[in-house]
Ligand binder design. Structure first.
Ligand code: MLC
Ligand code: AMP
Length: 514
């Protein structure tokens, strides 16, 4: 095939008037209209000087046009680099500089701050708003609705997704056409998606979950999506009767359960609820089944690997597990020290191999070599075991990572900025249980001798440096950080000490914050 990803997900629907996207305000887009829109945008990308293999960074609100930008990039052979809308200009500068993006598409509200950054790097800027307006679509409107698809190979890169790292420097995960395509095809079969499916889509489209898992699966079968700008409980409850399936992070499900309007009747017609990106508490699984009769299907994935494991469609969906390795994915549990496979039942590092596993980190050969073995196994950084029936259980992380509402935060990135703040001698950032977000960010600060850090001023200083979801929700002052004999900060001790910081009956020692 000339361009496997484009041909399989998009081209096969050309000219079809079947509905593809429905927006809550009543806007509807057929496949034919969507593909025409994408083709017009692809012309603009070429006219902007983007050649196959060039990067296009995109930081825009969710809209049909934003999704068409993804389709246009695939059709033009341009590498798609979506970015969280919460990232600050400072964070954005790093991504565009590191990736060498030639074009940035951003919201017009951010243009004044971002255009100079792009100009200094020799790149261009276009705008696209949540309403679909801006310079990109104004240009696109003047272009033809057909575009000659640029040939690509399965091994060619389709997307860069940045993921933070233990050192605080984000890494661009290079995903090929085949990584995305093979995973979408596997998931369609495993989860029994068909053209009759209507997916309630309330996830952001700048991460693997909302962009690749949700969207690619629907595109692969020619189904429909109810395309909500974000997770909004009222809209979910209104739209649910029109849907057959939903994908979400665990927070979606706990919020639904917290609302008495979410009843078994409302969910009775649904075919499937899927959860991932963060651990789903076994308790949530049980409560959901009690309320609706549905067992949530939990699966496990990563930016670098797409989806690795899933509970079965038929057969037992076992609470507290992430199911079996997907067809085509090899998974082993190894000793973190030696890399040797461990006997069944023992806890070790989860390693995966398959067509789903990425090519490496952009221009970071050392980091790639450290995490992607020469034999193709990727070290996920997650700790787990396999039960006697082959279900994978994730028990923790070898990596110092916080997952808040499905967004990842690497403590180092936050600690580096906290350590620069007046009165702060050192800091430790930890994730502690949060009833809504699963985990939330808490910063433990040690003062300079004789100083008392002003946590209010620190919180303000962080606003321009870090995306809101990475900013600590609570601060705690402590005499000294607990350390082991090697001098390493014992974060487990801190996590235990502040475990109740965000619990409703708040006996927390930590102050300041929500
Ligand atoms: C928003 N805020 C968050 C947050 N989301 N803070 C911490 N963690 C989060 N996840 C902040 C906002 O900045 C704001 O701060 C306040 O919380 C309320 O904002 P909101 O917009 O009303 O939040 P809400 O819409 O309720 O968002 C919560 C959420 C959302 C859980 C619905 O974060 C979400 O959709 N998460 C999904 C993330 C995702 O798709 N992950 C997949 C990664 S891929 P303030 O102070 O300004 O009010 C991956 C691989 C895999 O992991 O396996 O899938
Ligand atoms: P990301 O880097 O955003 O792709 O996040 C990937 C990480 O999310 C994984 O390495 C896991 O730690 C976590 N994750 C994803 N799905 C699950 C799940 N179902 N249960 C527990 N953790 C998960």
């Amino acid at each position: 095939m000339a361009n496997p990803l484009y041909d399989t997900l998009f081209a096969r629907h050309a000219g079809q008037e079947r509905p593809f996207l429905t927006c809550p305000e009543g806007r509807r887009l057929s496949y034919a209209a969507f593909l025409q829109m994408a083709a017009r945008i692809a012309h603009v990308l070429v006219d902007r000087g983007l050649a196959p293999g060039d990067r296009m960074a995109v930081q825009v609100e969710k809209s049909p046009e934003a999704l068409a930008l993804y389709a246009a990039a695939v059709q033009a052979g341009v590498i798609f680099l979506p970015l969280n809308t919460a990232y600050t200009s400072e964070e954005l500068r790093y991504f565009v500089e590191n990736s060498g993006a030639k074009l940035l598409v951003c919201d017009s509200a951010k243009e004044a701050a971002l255009r100079p950054i792009m100009a200094a790097l020799g790149g261009q800027t276009d705008t696209l708003g949540a309403d679909g307006k801006g310079s990109l679509m104004a240009e696109a409107a003047t272009r033809p609705g057909r575009f000659d698809t640029v040939p690509r190979d399965r091994d060619d890169l389709a997307a860069f997704l940045y993921t933070s790292g233990t050192t605080g420097r984000s890494k661009g995960a290079m995903l090929t056409q085949d990584n995305l395509l093979s995973n979408a095809e596997t998931l369609v079969d495993y989860w029994r998606f068909t053209g009759e499916d209507v997916l309630l889509h309330a996830l952001p489209i700048f991460h693997t979950h909302g962009l690749f898992v949700a969207t690619n699966v629907i595109l692969a079968v020619g189904g429909q999506m109810i395309f909500l700008p974000k997770f909004d409980l009222d809209q979910i409850l209104t739209q649910l009767p029109q849907a057959t399936t939903m994908m979400g992070v665990p927070t979606f499900y706990t919020r639904l359960l917290d609302d008495p309007r979410f009843t078994g009747d409302l969910a009775a017609h649904m075919r499937l609820f899927i959860s991932g990106s963060a651990p789903l508490l076994a308790d949530t699984h049980v409560q959901f089944e009690t309320r609706t009769g549905h067992r949530i299907l939990e699966r496990y994935g990563m930016t670098e690997t797409n989806m690795n494991t899933s509970n079965p469609y038929e057969g037992e969906r076992r609470a507290g597990t992430v199911g079996f390795p997907l067809p085509g994915v090899e998974l082993k549990i190894t000793d973190p020290e030696t890399g040797e496979p461990l006997p069944q039942g023992e806890i070790g590092l989860i390693e995966v191999r398959g067509r789903n596993v990425f090519k490496g980190y952009w221009q970071m050969p050392d980091k790639t070599a450290a995490e992607l073995r020469a034999d193709g196994f990727f070290l996920t950084g997650d700790l787990g075991s396999m039960d006697a029936d082959g279900y994978v259980i994730i028990v923790g992380r070898n990596k110092d990572l916080i997952i808040s509402g499905g967004y990842n935060i690497y403590p180092k990135e936050v600690e580096l900025i906290l350590d620069e703040q007046p009165g702060v001698r050192e800091s430790a950032v930890i994730g502690v249980p949060h009833p809504d977000l699963g985990e939330s960010v808490l910063a433990v600060l040690v003062s300079e001798p004789g100083a008392t850090p002003d946590t209010g001023a620190i919180a303000t200083a962080l606003e321009t440096r870090l995306a809101r979801f990475k900013q600590p929700r609570r601060y705690a002052l402590i005499e000294a950080l607990p350390r082991n004999t090697m001098g390493k900060v014992q974060k487990n001790a801190l996590r235990e000490r502040y475990a109740a910081a965000f619990q409703p009956t708040d006996h927390a020692e930590a102050g300041a914050g929500d």
